[in-house]
Design a protein around this ligand. Structure first.
Ligand SMILES: [Zn+2]
Length: 78
């Protein structure tokens, strides 16, 4: 009756491999989520062209984005 134990072992081994693969898949998914966790919209300053997150940008009266109040005013003067 050793075949019975071999079959049981095989089933347990397959179950273990599936559990392990599932854990690895979850890890990869978490790793992929990591860098994209903050899907910040990036905008570029109209004066110097620097890219910065939209929440950090200064929005001018013309609806354009600037990296700082200084550049917003500089653009207004031109
Ligand atoms: Zn700028």
């Amino acid at each position: 009756m050793i075949m019975k134990y071999l079959l049981l072992f095989a089933v347990l081994f397959i179950a273990y491999m599936m559990w392990r693969n599932k854990r690895i898949d979850n890890g990869d998914a978490a790793a992929r989520r990591g860098p994209a966790q903050r899907p910040l919209a990036m905008v570029s300053c109209q004066v110097c062209g620097v890219h910065l997150p939209k929440p950090d940008a200064v929005i001018g009266s013309d609806g354009l984005f600037y990296c700082s109040q200084e550049h917003r005013q500089r653009a207004g003067r031109q």
